[in-house]
Ligand binder design. Structure first.
Ligand SMILES: Nc1ncnc2c1ncn2[C@@H]1O[C@H](COP(=O)(O)OP(=O)(O)OP(=O)(O)O)[C@@H](O)[C@H]1O
Length: 615
């Protein structure tokens, strides 16, 4: 839970903003020069009129030389033009660069997220950190911080402090007492505003970010095409709209709470400032009335007081927004520093070369429980998958089949035991290299709103003949060749009216084709064929076996008949292997496999009799 603890926290926020500038400086040094110039121009600008007005009034009330007076007026205007033009140029550069930095930072954040292990991206703490880190670039419901405002406010703060010091020096010459009263007012009102901002920020950070995420999610459910079917079939429209409304109401309450405290405290601070400023104006007037100060001095003091008030307000609002930004940047930097669990500690067999010609996979006494769970999902598992073997895994729902695959894919590490490939612990192989030797298609595979070709190869280059052969084997080539743009046709109509919607079965074939195009020596199919008819599944698996002759393949299917072509079949129950052998062996044993197989055969035979559908 992030709450502000001073003064250590303030120092940390300050250092965070400094780190942000350091990071930006490493991308573009000139931006730092631009920032320094911006601060100087902004700091000095108000003194142009203060100084020249005094000189002009002195001239008018003294020598009264109109030529000199006009000269001063012209000089003041030229300097004013110079300050404004330079500010505009610096501002344009600033805005242009902020877009550039945003794109670099978002890229960095995305790469960081992609580099994290599967287990890490499931961690709610990390999900929260990522969400807050992204908010820097896309300020959402929670309105935490915006990169643009942070960069601008940090420069403004320094400029206001310089202005403040300048006018304080001028006001000191008016009266040291006035100086101290103004200083005390500044500290008290700033303190009050900071307390108000803390309270407001805590409401935002502790409550609204979560509500904001929820609302975002419901919004997605209501508008995203992929949920449209469920929403309509189950008539979820009103239910969802009510939920969004409910959370907006909750948000409203928290916003009211935050804003009420902020308003009351700010009003006290502002009243204090107005009273003190009024007192000082009165004092200046009295000094002029008593002829203690001249007309030009009255103008200088009044202008200085105006700059003092603006600088004070500026310091206060920048200070508040920068505290939020500094705090938020802590999460941002923490997220960027999260070490991926995929990274192998140095000196741990890193960079060992793996012979990928013949792959032998060994599970040695593997036990696994999901993070935060007490029960083991995989128990006491010993298994060897021999080079080019076709292995099927069957078992009831929840038996641990997919979990076993997730361990082999390094989404999680075994709690106990080892998984070896050609004798090497898989967790010692570089993740990029590892992902080249293994591929998988899951039940919940995704097709993307890109072209069919991109869905197959992403950004890789493959020979067209290789892709053709695979598409032909999976019976997809006919469908694709009839399309006007062929393999370049976009999938889905989200971005292209001419895009196509594939049937569930065609999508599954596409996902399998994608895995085959990757040409990895280990291929896993975790029941991606559920939408296919038993005949189509059987055909695909048999053709698939032909395409993967020189690969180690693992199949998970609830259709026993589809596993018959495999060299061996393992039956899992409650995380353990309870049977292992070829189809014939297991049928002879008349154990779990036999029972499952016979039940399904009976079921399909009944259907067959009724509907003349054969498996
Ligand atoms: N991310 C997770 N966190 C916690 N528990 C999980 C997670 N994923 C799966 N489980 C649990 O682990 C057990 C095994 O799940 P798994 O998906 O491996 O089974 P399965 O044999 O593939 O089942 P199915 O045939 O239904 O796909 C189940 O009890 C499931 O609830």
């Amino acid at each position: 839970m992030d709450t502000i603890k001073r003064p250590k926290a303030l120092m940390m926020y300050f250092l965070n903003i400094l780190s942000l500038y350091k990071k930006i400086g490493s991308i573009d040094k000139f931006y730092i020069v631009n920032s320094i110039l911006t601060v100087l121009i902004k700091a000095v600008h108000p003194f142009n009129s203060i100084l020249f007005l005094k000189i002009i009034v002195d001239e008018l009330t003294g020598n009264s030389n109109w030529k000199v007076t006009v000269g001063y007026v012209l000089l003041m205007c030229i300097l004013e033009l110079f300050f404004r033009s330079l500010s505009a140029v610096l501002w344009t550069y600033e805005l242009r660069k902020i877009v550039h930095f945003k794109s670099i930072f978002i890229k960095e954040l995305n790469l960081k997220t992609m580099s994290l292990s599967y287990q890490q991206i499931e961690d709610p703490k990390l999900i929260d950190d990522r969400h807050k880190a992204m908010e820097i670039f896309y300020p959402g419901q929670a309105q935490f911080m915006d990169l643009k405002n942070t960069l601008i406010d940090s420069k403004q703060l320094i400029a206001y402090i310089i202005q403040f010091c300048g006018v304080i020096a001028i006001l000191f010459t008016l009266s040291p007492y006035i100086f101290f009263i103004l200083l005390a007012t500044y500290f008290i009102s700033n303190l009050l505003n900071t307390i108000a901002a803390d309270k407001e920020f805590n409401v935002w950070s502790l409550s609204l970010v979560n509500i904001g995420r929820r609302i975002g999610y419901f919004q997605e459910l209501a508008t995203d095409y992929k949920y449209a079917k469920e929403m309509r079939i189950n008539k979820l429209g009103q239910w969802l709209v009510d939920k969004i409304y409910y959370y907006f109401n909750n948000m409203k309450k928290d916003v009211h709470k935050a804003v009420r405290t902020f308003t009351v405290i700010s009003m006290i601070a502002n009243t204090l400032q107005i009273l003190v400023n009024g007192g000082v104006y009165f004092f200046i007037g009295w000094l002029a009335y008593k002829s203690i100060i001249s007309l030009s001095e009255v103008i200088v003091y009044i202008n200085s007081l105006g700059v003092f008030v603006l600088a004070l307000l500026g310091i206060s609002s920048c200070w508040i927004s920068l505290q939020k930004a500094g705090m938020h940047l802590s999460t941002y930097f923490r997220y960027l520093e999260t070490v991926s669990k995929n990274v192998i500690p140095s000196g741990n067999g890193q960079n060992q070369k793996l012979d990928t010609k013949e792959i032998k996979i060994e599970f040695i006494d593997v036990w696994f429980k999901y993070p935060g769970h007490k029960q083991y999902t995989i128990k006491n598992l010993d298994l060897t998958i021999y080079p080019n073997e076709k292995l099927a895994i069957v078992g009831e729902n929840g038996a641990g089949k997919t979990t076993l695959i997730k361990l082999l894919l390094r989404f999680y590490k075994p709690t106990k035991g080892y998984i070896l490939i050609n004798g090497m612990d898989i967790n010692r192989i570089k993740i990029e290299e590892y992902m080249n030797i293994i591929t998988a298609v899951f039940q919940d595979f995704n097709t993307l709103n890109f072209s069919l070709k991109e869905n197959l190869v992403f950004d890789n280059n493959y020979e067209s003949s290789e892709i053709e052969e695979i598409l032909q084997t999976l019976n997809l080539n006919n469908t694709i060749s009839k399309l006007p743009k062929g393999i370049d046709t976009e999938l889905g109509r989200l971005f292209d009216q001419e895009g196509i919607e594939l049937s569930g079965g065609q999508q599954q074939k596409l996902a399998i084709a994608r895995a085959l195009v990757k040409n990895s020596p280990i291929v896993i199919l975790d029941e991606p064929t559920a939408m296919l008819s038993p005949t189509a599944e059987y055909e695909i698996y048999t053709n698939f076996a032909g395409l993967t002759q020189d690969k180690s393949t693992i199949y998970i299917s609830h259709r026993m008949s589809s596993c018959r072509f495999c060299d061996r079949i393992i039956v899992m129950k409650l995380g353990e292997i309870v049977e292992l052998g070829s189809h014939d062996q297991l049928m002879q044993e008349k154990g779990n496999y036999y029972t499952l197989f016979m039940k399904q055969a009976e079921f399909y035979n009944n259907i067959d009799e009724q509907n003349s559908i054969s498996i």
